[in-house]
Design a protein around this ligand. Structure first.
Ligand code: SAM
Ligand code: SF4
Length: 352
């Protein structure tokens, strides 16, 4: 992949003024306005494409405290980040997660932040949906790869379909807009994509389809799971009229309007269509490591400057240096000759 900077007048993602806050701009002119934070690498599910069943997790002592995560996120907000997505692992299994959500929600009240959101498997939403709404969460991504309870168990290994359904209902009742995320898996749920479209749109939810990415070792072979979304899209066009629309959520999905259902359908295609040109995101792990790209190994340790001083100056300097190294894009490839994952860390570490 080439690394020439794009021209300075082609600034991408500069859709928000920074209210005088110094913004984070990478060498390619992309404004970094979106931070994804993995608050834990642990999870109550063991999805087959995400992790192996006997996954080894980070020792708890390596995790940043919630206070430290709050300080780190707030530093990014101070540097112009307008959108925070809390993820994991399963973010809602982190103890006292509501404290962090509430603290970060304060930035919504001041207007420094446009959106505080989260990606979840839905298992804890029956318990937390109302509290999350009270923290200012207005939209939420819930992962759901199948509508069949038996298949759900096969995919998630430890998940309970009915609990996730209750979670979706609880979020809707709390007034949170739900987006369903489904990973397209060859031979597993490819016959259900149309049903997932009808299910999500029937509830007034958007649906986003995701290609499997080669992140971390899993028990199986990824070539067996990989289903290009170009194929899924072509199949859906036999059933539905798909109209391209310019709708964007600040993430990498490209959307279509489905004429027959009236709903929105997103495609996240890191493998078949490079989504890097408009990347406005960086990812923070629960140990304070900042990944400037989901698909590259280069990272910055923010835990050291965070702990070195109660003054934010060293931390802010480390953030600036990291953004100056944001690469142009990833080099994902899944084929029979490339058996090793493109990057060794799992999605649950970097945060989906
Ligand atoms: N546990 C939460 C969940 O499942 O929504 C949040 C973390 S999970 C890592 C975030 C998203 O990444 C989920 O939608 C999941 O399906 C997706 N994901 C996990 N591993 C993936 C992989 N190897 N390729 C593509 N998507 C993946
Ligand atoms: Fe857990 Fe989400 Fe990974 Fe599934 S995709 S194992 S729910 S972190």
């Amino acid at each position: 992949m080439t690394t020439e900077p794009i021209s300075a007048n082609a600034v991408i993602g500069a859709d928000h003024p920074n209210d005088g806050r110094p913004g984070l701009v990478d060498p390619f002119g992309r404004h970094v306005s979106y931070l994804r934070v993995s608050v834990t690498d642990r999870c109550d599910f063991r999805c087959v494409y995400c992790m192996s069943e006997n996954m080894t997790f980070l020792p708890k002592r390596d995790l940043l405290t919630l206070e430290e995560l709050n300080r780190l996120c707030s530093a990014f907000v101070g540097r112009g980040v307008r959108k925070l997505r809390i993820t994991g692992g399963e973010p809602l299994v982190r103890k006292n997660i509501l404290w962090l959500m509430k603290s970060l929600g304060c930035h919504l009240e001041t207007g420094a932040l446009d959106e505080l959101t989260l990606t979840t498997n839905g298992s804890q939403l029956p318990k937390y949906a109302a509290d999350l709404a009270a923290c200012g969460v207005k939209r939420i991504n819930i992962s759901l790869d199948t509508l069949n309870a038996g298949r759900f168990k096969e995919i998630t290994r430890w998940g309970e379909f009915s609990t996730v359904m209750d979670g979706i209902t609880a979020a809707e009742k709390a007034g949170i807009a739900v987006k369903i995320n489904a990973v397209a898996l060859k031979g597993v749920n490819e016959d259900e994509i149309e049903d997932l479209v009808r299910f999500a749109h029937g509830r007034g939810a958007d649906l986003t389809l995701i290609e499997t990415m080669p992140l971390g070792d899993i028990d199986g072979d990824r070539t067996d799971q990989y289903l290009p979304l170009s194929i899924v899209r072509a199949r859906l066009m036999d059933r539905f009229t798909l109209e391209d629309i310019p709708y964007r959520t600040g993430g990498p999905a490209r959307y279509v309007h489905v004429k027959e259902t009236g709903g929105r359908l997103g495609f996240i295609t890191p493998m078949t269509h490079n989504f890097c040109e408009s990347c406005n995101r960086v990812r923070l792990t629960c140990t304070g490591t900042l990944y400037m790209c989901l698909g590259q190994d280069d990272a910055a340790d923010l835990r050291v400057p965070l702990r070195a001083s109660s003054d934010d100056a060293p931390l802010l300097a480390a953030i600036d240096q990291a953004i100056a190294r944001k690469p142009k894009g990833h080099d994902f490839i899944i084929d029979r000759r490339t058996k090793k994952p493109a990057v060794s860390r799992h999605m649950s570490v970097t945060g989906g």
